[in-house]
Write a protein of this length. Sequence first.
Length: 231
Amino acid sequence: MNFDLYGFGPALAAGTLMTIKLALSALCLGLVLGLLGALAKTSPYKPLQWLGGTYSTIVRGIPELLWVLLIYFGTVNLMRTLADFLHMESLELSPFAAGTIALGICFGAYATEVFRGAILAIPKGHREAGQALGMSKPRIFWRLILPQMWRIALPGLGNLFMILMKDTALVSVIGLEEIMRRSQIAVTSSKQAFTFYMVAALIYLSLTVIAMTGMYLLEKRASRGFVRSSQ
């Protein structure tokens, strides 16, 4: 194997950077959707419970690859109609935007259940203590519930992010030049399939190790002041 990967080293580096951008963008969107979904499912209002449950059930019941394809190709007519309305020549959803939306929606559906479990794990007495102090419901949530929920949910969210990192490879089917797409182009040109797919595997493994280290540090920071019970 050539040290410069037959001249495709810079291309793979650019693909790695694109993968990181896609994963972080989808993570941000997914965290917002997951938190909203969890609040809806734990809400005392039935319509919100139904909305949150429907979102998590439908999204988790359809493969991520189908969501990528549906969002990317399903928005073509919508974008054309919007372009005609705005008197623009063309308007389309980029592969990066479509991948971010699709992966963010999928991450959010699973994060909904993680956040929901974290919210239910917080004793009701904490909310009652906040009410006794005269705190409003929004203040109770931001000052009492959210910090504890974040600490409890971090391990589950870390596992979901590992899956999200690998799911970014699915976006290669719509032309986004991330790691897998760059690897496929290199294989087509050099005919060195094992070499480039092994390099892609090592890159994903490296990103996973870095993410695991980051999650460990976040969990350690979030758990300051809490002592695990020994059994």
